[in-house]
Design a protein around this ligand. Structure first.
Ligand code: SAM
Length: 311
């Protein structure tokens, strides 16, 4: 496929993520009062395995982010690369956990849609405070910045973050939730290196597919293709070790990585959500979750306790 078409397929993955999250929220897996304003269209039924997978991902990332904000007494930044239609900023607002600055980056098309949703829905707009500048490709508010950038262009990424008043001396959490897998390894590496080099105290949270080379992984890829939401040029790490390896060689001193089955089984609220929809058998859930992982990399020069955030 020509690369423009590949990019369109990649961008469509954010609709799939957002509508799976909306479905799980509506079922009661977690609460998010803003997601209905961000995602439109009719609600498509999802399998319980999918909702449990989204629950594990959202809950674990939420735990890490809220711990990070609390640990820094809200004096911190969050930078979400490939943020799509994610509503974490609004969840943090509702929880009284807003950081000093929350920056989201995505392709022009997605940013444009998100800006339109925010402008048209007062419950979304109402959380932003006063808007300092806004056009079709950026929105800058006191604590929230939404900017356009192709993440494969690290030079322009740096400029976009600077235009969002990023502060290199403030503890910063970077989030890539199902994003790096769409980016060629050398470009992902450039991002990981730049983040490690430029920020004094930082955490990088990366969630994505892993071990896609086995039979189950190949079936997953076919299913995703059938749902029309990718996939040419995906670049999954082969193993948890290779995830750790790439963060280490990008200059992150402390790295941990677990698959989502391990993480799911450690979530305290798991028993509650397992009563929402019953599963005939849990083997499929386990296989699915073993093919996703969460990697947490930490650089804590000022010794503020960021290493406690390890998985
Ligand atoms: N992080 C969001 C979430 O979990 O709900 C969205 C995930 S979606 C699967 C992947 C997102 O990464 C899409 O919004 C897509 O547009 C974005 N993305 C992928 N490659 C990108 C690139 N090269 N530059 C900017 N954004 C990119």
């Amino acid at each position: 496929l020509p690369s423009a078409q590949t990019d369109i397929a990649t961008q469509a993955t954010c609709d799939d993520a957002a509508s799976c999250k909306r479905y799980a929220v509506q079922k009661g897996y977690w609460s998010d009062i803003h997601i209905n304003y961000m995602v439109s269209g009719s609600m498509q039924k999802r399998q319980p395995e999918i909702s449990r997978g989204y629950y594990a991902r959202t809950e674990k990332i939420w735990n890490l982010i809220s711990q990070f904000v609390s640990l820094t007494n809200n004096l911190c930044q969050i930078v979400s690369f490939g943020a799509g239609l994610d509503t974490t900023f609004w969840r943090l607002h509702s929880a009284g956990l807003l950081p000093t600055r929350y920056i989201e980056v995505d392709f022009q098309e997605i940013v444009y849609r998100k800006i339109r949703a925010i402008r048209n829905k007062s419950p979304l707009k109402g959380c932003l405070g006063s808007i300092t500048s806004s056009d079709q490709s950026s929105l800058h508010c006191e604590k929230y910045h939404l900017v356009t950038c192709d993440l494969r262009d690290t030079g322009s990424l740096k400029d976009k973050l600077k235009s969002s008043e990023v502060d290199f001396s403030v503890p910063t959490l970077f989030l890539t939730e199902c994003v790096l897998v769409y980016i060629p390894p050398e470009d992902s590496m450039a991002i990981l290196k730049w983040c490690a080099e430029s920020f004094t105290d930082a955490v990088f949270v990366n969630y994505e597919q892993v071990r896609m080379h086995d039979n189950f992984g190949q079936v997953m890829i076919q299913n995703l293709k059938a749902r029309d939401c990718l996939l040419t040029g995906v670049h999954p790490c082969a193993s948890l070790d290779s995830q750790i390896q790439r963060f280490t060689s990008a200059g992150w001193p402390c790295v941990s990585c677990d698959d989502m089955w391990t993480i799911y089984n450690s979530l305290p609220d798991r028993r509650r959500i397992e009563r929402i929809e019953l599963l005939d058998e849990s083997e499929l859930l386990q296989q699915l979750m073993e093919h996703y992982c969460l990697c947490v990399a930490v650089k804590d020069v000022s010794d503020i306790g960021l290493t406690d955030l390890h998985t």
